[in-house]
Design a protein around this ligand. Sequence first.
Ligand code: PLP
Length: 405
Amino acid sequence: MNFKDFPVQALMDITSRPELVFVKGESSWLWDHNGKKYLDFVQGWAVNSLGHSPKCVTEALIAQAPKLITPSPAFYNEPSIKLAQLLCANSCFHRVFFTSSGAEANEGAIKLARKWGKKHKNDAYEIITTLGSFHGRTIATMSASGKPGWDVMFAPQVPGFPKAEFNDLASVEKLISEKTVGIMLEPVQGEGGVNCATPEFMKGLRALCDKHKLLLICDEVQTGMGRLGTLFGYQHFGVEPDIMTLGKGIGSGVPLGALLAKAEAAVFEHGDQGGTYNGHPLMTAVGVAVIGEMLKPGFLDHVKAMGQYLSEKLTALSLELGLGAERGIGLLRALDLKDEIGAAVVTHARDQLQNQAGWAHMGLLLNSPRPALLRFMPALNLSRAEIDQMIEGLRLTLKAVRKAA
Ligand code: PLP
C-alpha cells in the first residue's frame, strides 16, 4: 500500500512524523506498511518494557476483556487490587492510585503533596523541581518541568515550582522556604538527555527532606519498572522517596500509570482524586502480568547484564569512531556524538540503512533527544545479538552520515 493512500490529514498535526504506518510489532522488531522491518531501540519512548506485543500482555488482555472491562472506578475490581498489592509488596509504599498516563500520575503527586502541605505544613505548596526535567504535558506538569522554553509556551504557568540545578544540593537548599512542601525529580532525567543523579545527590535530598519535613517525590515514569536494573529506580540509589509515580513500562505498551505513596503521605480524602479510567481492570490486568514477568528470577539480572553489555559496546564504538562518552544506568543509556548529527543519524538509520550489506529491507529506530546525543531505551528482555546488530547498524550509519557531511 502507498503511504499517500492513508488519509492521515484527519489526525491533528502535532509533530513531524515519517511517512510510515506501522502495522505489526514483535519483541524488538516493528514492521511498516510495506513490510520493511525495523530493529527498535526506542520502544515507544521506553514504554514497551517487554518489547512489542509480548505474550503475557496479549494473554492478559484476552483473558480479562471478556470477563470485565470496567465496572466504574466507584467500585472495586480484582486486577487493580492485585496490582496495588504487588506494587506495595515489592516497594517501600503502602497506597496506590492508578492512572492512564505518566503526566496524570504526576498531577496526582502534585495534588497529594499540596494536600499534605495543607494538612501538615501550614498550607505550604511549593515543590522544588530541577532544570532539564520532564514531568509531562498537562499545564501543571509542564510548569513542574524544567525543559527550556516551556515556561512561556502556554503562559501563565501554574505557580509553585521553583527550579534547582540537577545534582547540585546547595541550589536545592537555597530554594527551601516555609512555602516548600516537597522536592520532585527523576532519578535519571530521561527526556533531558539521560542525566543520572549521583548517589550523593539522592541521599542529600533525602536528608534535606528529613531535616525540613518535606516530601521526596520520585518521578519514575521512565526509570521505574526494571529500566535501571532494579524494579524501581530509587532502589538503585538506596534512598526511599515518600511518593513515586510510574507510567510507561508498567503497562508495557498499554495506557497505565500509578501514583504510590507511603501511608503517612497518602492524605487524599473522598472527592480529592478520581478519574473515569483509574484502576481500569483491563489495564491493571496487564500491569499484573508485566510485574509478574519482572519478578521472575533472573529478569532484573538480565537487564543489568544487557545494560553493562550495551555500555561496553557503545564505549568501544566511541573509541573506534572518536565519539564522546556514553552514560546511563541499566537499559537507559545515551551516547554523546560530539557533533550535532543526531537527527541525521536517526533518519539515516531508519530510511537509508537498507542500502547497506546485511540490512536489506531493514531499518534501525533510534532516538536523539538533543542535537548531539543518542538515547537508547530498548526492550528490557532484548538479546545480546540484538545489541550487536544495533551497534553494527549504528557504526554503518555514523560512517555514512559523516561521509555525507
Ligand atoms: N515523567 C517522565 C519522567 C517522562 O519521561 C514522561 C514521558 O516521557 C512523563 C512523565 C509523561 O508521561 P506520559 O507521556 O505518559 O504522560
